[in-house]
Ligand binder design. Structure first.
Ligand code: TMP
Length: 224
């Protein structure tokens, strides 16, 4: 059985990843492919508990290395429980964030640097690499404003304040943004950068173009 296809979506909070994952899943389903959809942090029962610690705004005193270790703890569990079994079964996995997020947020935002993140990835994730990463980078100001609006709305609906990261200063998010651009420049074969303030439909078009190309390359032509 050939290995499945591992696709990750990345971007700043408020870049529209979650909407795009749903649209991409519908596009694949129309072509007879049932993807496995997951997200990080979270996506497994253990991961959901780790996510609560990581995103809860009351966990303010979390050392950057603790935060990084928890991200990798979550990821190891997701690989073990969800991602690797699905890839071994030849499935397409759509993952909302993966190690690029750790490189951007902890490596860039928290200034731990790239080397420590990639080394942990090698040790803990056995260097599992996505086949394709779709990096949504709308303008910095637009995504930050959108993320902050979304969190106020979510908190009103769920009573949970999951915005520990959004509460960071603009300079933190700027470093995340820059690290993402650095990753895209370093790995142009894997990372498809979708920049600018495009509409949801325009972003979707670019995503399906990149995915269709990858499907063709792996011998699974996407008709229709
Ligand atoms: P989400 O709202 O897109 O699920 O992301 C959760 C938050 O966690 C988001 O602010 C980015 C952050 N994050 C990291 O800082 N490092 C990581 O490795 C991951 C996966 C997420």
């Amino acid at each position: 059985m050939p290995r499945g296809l591992f696709i990750t979506l990345e971007g700043l909070d408020g870049s529209g990843k979650t909407t795009q994952i749903k649209r991409l899943a519908v596009w694949l389903e129309k072509r007879g492919v049932q993807p496995v959809i997951t997200r990080q942090p979270g996506g497994t029962p253990i991961g959901d508990r780790i996510r609560e610690i990581l995103l809860d705004a009351s966990s303010m005193v979390l050392a950057p290395m603790t935060e990084t270790a928890l991200m990798f703890g979550d990821r190891a569990q997701a690989i073990f429980e969800v991602i690797q079994p699905a890839l071994d079964a030849g499935k397409i996995v759509l993952c909302d964030r993966f190690t690029d997020s750790t490189e951007a947020y902890q490596g860039g935002g928290r200034e731990l640097g790239t080397a420590v993140v990639l080394e942990l990835h090698r040790l803990i994730c056995r260097n599992l690499q996505p086949d394709l990463t779709l990096l949504l980078l709308p303008s910095f100001d637009a995504s930050l404003a959108r993320a902050r609006r979304r969190n106020t709305r979510d908190e009103a609906q769920t009573g949970k304040n999951e915005n520990r990261f959004e509460q960071e200063q603009d300079a933190f998010h700027r470093r995340v943004w820059e690290k993402y651009r650095e990753i895209a420049a370093r790995e142009p074969d894997r990372v498809v950068l979708i920049p600018g303030d495009l509409t949801i439909d325009e972003i979707h078009e670019q995503i399906v173009e990149a995915v269709a190309e990858r499907l063709l390359l792996t011998g699974r032509p996407a008709q229709g």
